[in-house]
Design a protein around this ligand. Sequence first.
Ligand code: NAP
Length: 298
Amino acid sequence: MSLKLDGKKLSLEIEERLYNYISSNKKIAKRSPGLAVVRIGEDPASGVYVNNKEKACSRIGIKSFIFHLNDSAEQEEVEELIIKLNSDKDIDGILLQLPIPKKFDEQKLISNINPSKDVDGLNEINIGKLVKNEPAMRSCTPAGIINLLRSQNITIEGKKIVVIGRSLLVGKPLSLMLLNLNGTVTMTHSKTLNLNKVCKEADILIAAAGKPNLVDSSFVKEGAVIIDVGIHRLKSSEENLTRLCGDVLLEDVISKVFAYTPVPGGVGPMTVTMLLVNTIFSWKKQFGLSSTLKDLLP
Ligand code: NAP
């Protein structure tokens, strides 16, 4: 039987460690860790994600500050807010909830975030340090995937790993993190020829294309590990009902694989957990606290 990489269970285990870490260090720091989330516009999925992050923060003792701006806000207004948060002593992490309306210059806003508070790891200083394999804030979804693999002692070093997708949010940073951990990584994209043949070589296959059910059994080697990053809400045949699915057609591949992540309950919860981890690391650094959480960093 295939092994389920249960992101929900692992995220609860890590949250317990984070809760204990904050409780035992709060007296020294004299304040809780603080996370600012900047949301722009009314994208409903973003509303759900921000809510989940707020709840996760309150479960473990991080103080969250939500700044919800209207679509009519100007670029300069958001930049000023970020600059203000950069120097706010109660804030250890700043997250710009993506996507934001197209009229904004997203990269410029991310560049404005102080790299040491860039808990999404998307600022070019942090990406540059990732390329150089130097310690820095790492982006949350890739870091969560590495924790999921490690939790089941799945070896990365020396393994053939294929990543589908080359976005700045997932595919690129994930490929670099796996390379830094001595995986032999192939990054693929929408122009890759014979995608299924390339993927079939993989010991670990990671699907982050954002295409529902793209990966079927023709992509998968017997005994491979398969990680599904995609998340899609599809209308089901019964009226008014929707169901979640990923980039992987799980029912077609499950009998072939050694291990897999479910959707939901796989990569998604780990993304939120790594946001908490990054916020706590920024807090820890500011107050020179001891580190018992190092194993959570990729
Ligand atoms: P994105 O920015 O749209 O990037 C998608 C990437 O996949 C692109 O590099 C694209 O190639 C490639 N691609 C698209 N169709 C392809 C195909 N048919 N064959 C091969 N490659 C293909 O998406 P993203 O932000 O990386 O997110 C990917 C998925 O992960 C989405 O479903 C998103 O919702 C999900 N996600 C989940 C989490 C989580 O926590 N669970 C977090 C982040 C994202 P080109 O570069 O050539 O266009």
